[in-house]
Design a protein around this ligand. Structure first.
Ligand code: GAP
Length: 459
């Protein structure tokens, strides 16, 4: 289909009707910017996370996985700088009482010509005043001054709120990797360079314009920190840029929908930083980040914890605090990219339109659907389900015409449909249908596992 015609609404509707993603707390009227993954959605996201882990942990001789606690000692966030400067510039409209991000107001007003990331708070304030940027909600010009609004959710630990200690829901998984640098290095006897990766939930109190799972207040990150000597960091930065791009291409995302975007404004310690952007239905937007971060992270934890982060090179005996190349991607944002990429509307020979999700088979929610042609074939069909479900996530469907059942599977991107008919009872063969070509083949039940396994690999 012409991808310029793909709207976010189409994706949201399909996700809702096909059990991929539902609005959060829906029966209570919802809860802004939260989404629940349904039966097909949880499989899709788990498969995406598995493909990432396979590529960045399993297939690496010196990257190690961890699963750190979401709640961390508050000093971690002092060391990382999140308590002092992890904030968005916000303005309230005194007329309609809505809250807006000043940087978004400027970006929208200038139609992308001005980059607010490079501006100070004072410069943003001046731009909004000089250009009389009105409230997008009520059209009035009645702003409070810009205030920095910290994005961390905070709560307290202890019996009473007053007596408790302030703690935060982590706004990124990265700090769990930094604070475990010594533990992982010692227990694995890893030599620098090596990596630490984790996948987990992060939370940010974002004011967002919606956009489905693109930006939510609770989301999952897949982050990988590569610890290296300062002299090697530029090379590793380029290596990770390539690796990050290759992973997305291997997932089946078109190169026409991906591009690098170098950051103009860098943190004082950073040497370089870039995003990979994807052409979402909302336009080109960040999908993941790659940052060349110097020894800032470990040095700060050394300073705040009092624990030495020095690493001694076993060959040269040089002692140094390792630098970090950070690669970070949101599992939900990647799910949205994958949904947008896979979505297709095809006109069939009989004039009907089919919606089909062309997921890479490795990440498709179900690998195969077992469909008895008639209900009285269900005993045999359940036998086939029992054997295939030991290997793959399978769906079973005996409701409705076979055409309708194919359509349902196309809409959740099931790469193969296996039909059980009366010949199956005679000769133990089935029809297997390919999602993309819709071609059908007759094969023996005993060959099904190897047939499917060969076609769903993620390499
Ligand atoms: N440790 C670095 C870090 O957290 P980031 O650019 O803030 O960097 C990394 O986040 C990635 O996490 C983003 O590229 C995006 O894919 C995802 N992400 C960030 N905020 C998000 C949000 N509110 N909702 C969904 N995904 C988000």
């Amino acid at each position: 289909m012409d991808k310029t015609k793909l709207t976010m609404d189409k994706i949201v509707n399909l996700c809702k009707t096909r059990g991929l993603i539902f609005p959060g707390s829906e029966i209570y009227g919802g809860m802004g910017n939260t989404w629940d993954y349904g039966p097909a959605g949880v499989e899709l996201k788990n498969n995406i996370k598995r493909s990432w882990w396979k590529r960045f942990v399993q297939e690496s001789t010196n990257s190690y996985g961890i699963d750190a606690a979401i709640l961390m000692n508050s000093r971690v966030w002092d060391a990382s700088g999140h308590t002092s400067s992890f904030s968005d510039p916000m303005m309230d409209c005194k007329n309609c009482k809505t809250r807006h991000r000043a940087d978004n107001l400027i970006e929208n007003h200038s139609k992308g010509a001005v980059n607010p990331d490079t501006m100070t708070t004072e410069e943003m304030q001046a731009y909004i005043e000089n250009h009389k940027v009105n409230c997008p909600k009520c059209g009035n010009y009645a702003w409070t001054p810009i205030r920095q609004f910290n994005l961390m959710f905070q709560t307290s630990r202890g019996v009473t709120e007053e007596g408790g200690n302030k703690i935060y829901l982590r706004p990124e998984t990265a700090q769990g990797e930094f604070v475990n640098f010594l533990n992982v290095q010692r227990t694995t006897r890893a030599k620098v360079p090596f990596g630490i990766a984790q996948i987990g939930k992060a939370f940010r109190n974002e004011i967002t314009p919606g956009n489905f799972i693109f930006r939510t207040i609770e989301f999952e990150q897949m982050e990988h920190q590569w610890f290296c000597h300062e002299k090697d960091r530029d090379n590793f930065y380029y290596e990770f840029k390539d690796k990050a791009m290759k992973y997305l291409l291997d997932l089946g995302i078109s190169p026409d929908h991906l591009r690098f975007h170098d950051h103009d404004k860098l943190a004082h310690y950073a040497k370089a930083a870039c995003d990979i952007q994807y052409l979402f239905p909302i336009g080109w937007s960040e999908l993941n980040g790659i940052h060349n971060r110097s020894d800032y992270d470990l040095s700060r934890h050394q300073e705040f914890s009092g624990k030495s982060m020095l690493y001694q090179d076993p060959f040269t005996n040089e002692k140094f605090v390792p630098s970090v190349i950070e690669y970070s991607i949101g599992a939900d944002r990647l799910t949205l990219a994958v949904l947008s990429e896979a979505y297709d509307e095809e006109t069939l020979e009989n004039g009907e339109t089919r919606v089909v999700m062309h997921f890479h088979p490795a990440i498709a929610p179900y690998k195969v659907a077992i469909l008895p042609l008639q209900k009285n074939l269900s005993e045999k069909a359940r036998e086939v389900f029992a054997s295939l479900s030991k290997e793959f996530m399978c769906d079973y469907d005996e409701a409705g015409s076979i055409g309708k059942r194919y359509r349902r599977q196309d809409e959740i991107g099931t790469p193969f449909c296996v039909t059980i008919d009366f010949d199956t009872l005679e000769d133990n063969t089935v029809t297997i249908r390919d999602r993309d070509t819709m071609k059908q083949e007759r094969i023996a039940i005993s060959d099904l596992t190897s047939y499917i396994a060969e076609r769903i690999k993620f390499n």
